[in-house]
Design a protein around this ligand. Structure first.
Ligand SMILES: N[C@@H](CCC(=O)N[C@@H](CS)C(=O)NCC(=O)O)C(=O)O
Length: 204
């Protein structure tokens, strides 16, 4: 397997899952700042120009965070990345999708790339402010669903990898986390797989 990633972006959550699984895999960094995702070397691999992308051992490419995480969990059942209980599985998928599709794509993307939402530079601050509102509402929702549990659905699962990367971004841009999410973030950072990931990406 090979993970196409960029340091500190959403692919870090998939990187954590690969470290949790512990099977051999390769890493290839794509320099998003320099626009390597739009160059032919990468579009030949992933025409979507996004990371994460996982080159599977059967030679096919798996894209989209929730699909990659789900595939890793189902193909590595002994790593316990998804609960057996179907209701809890659905909860894990619900939380992961909310992190990716709402908190990340609708919230943080407005903060990181306001130009994607309005070509008018005069709108930049308004777009970022709306992004911050979406992120904060997202964290309130994630906080309510976490409650006093250690991990999103009890034991560690793929949902926690997605919560981890949006928490990581919150710390980076200085958005305060509700207390139970801050504790979840600390719990994640204490996991050896997360520590190895942060070290390997040079973002520790
Ligand atoms: N829907 C995609 C989103 C992936 C995504 O937005 N990746 C960002 C990094 S966090 C990216 O590759 N951005 C490069 C670009 O848009 O130019 C997924 O679930 O994997």
């Amino acid at each position: 397997m090979k993970l196409y990633y960029a340091p500190g972006v959403c692919s870090i959550g998939i990187h954590v899952l690969l470290e949790e699984i512990g099977k051999p895999y390769e890493l290839e960094a794509i320099n998003l700042r320099e626009g390597a995702q739009y160059k032919p070397e990468y579009t030949a691999v992933n025409p979507k120009s996004k990371v994460p992308a996982l080159l599977r051992d059967d030679g096919t490419l798996q894209t989209e965070y929730p699909a990659i995480a789900y595939w890793l969990a189902r193909t590595n059942p002994f790593s316990n990345l998804l609960p057996d209980n179907i209701d809890l599985q659905a909860r894990a998928l619900e939380i992961m999708d909310y992190c990716v599709a709402t908190v990340h794509m609708q919230g943080f993307t407005r903060i990181f790339r306001p130009g994607n939402f309005s070509p008018d530079p005069a709108q930049e601050e308004a777009v970022k402010a709306r992004g911050k509102e979406i992120v904060q509402k997202g964290f309130e929702s994630l906080s309510a669903s976490l409650g006093d549990k250690q991990y999103a659905v009890g034991n560690f699962s793929i949902a926690d990898s997605a919560m981890f990367y949006v928490e990581f971004w919150a710390a980076r841009v200085g958005i305060p986390l509700p207390a139970n999410l801050a504790a979840h973030f600390d719990r994640m950072k204490a996991r050896p797989a997360v520590q190895r990931t942060l070290q390997q990406e040079g973002v520790a």
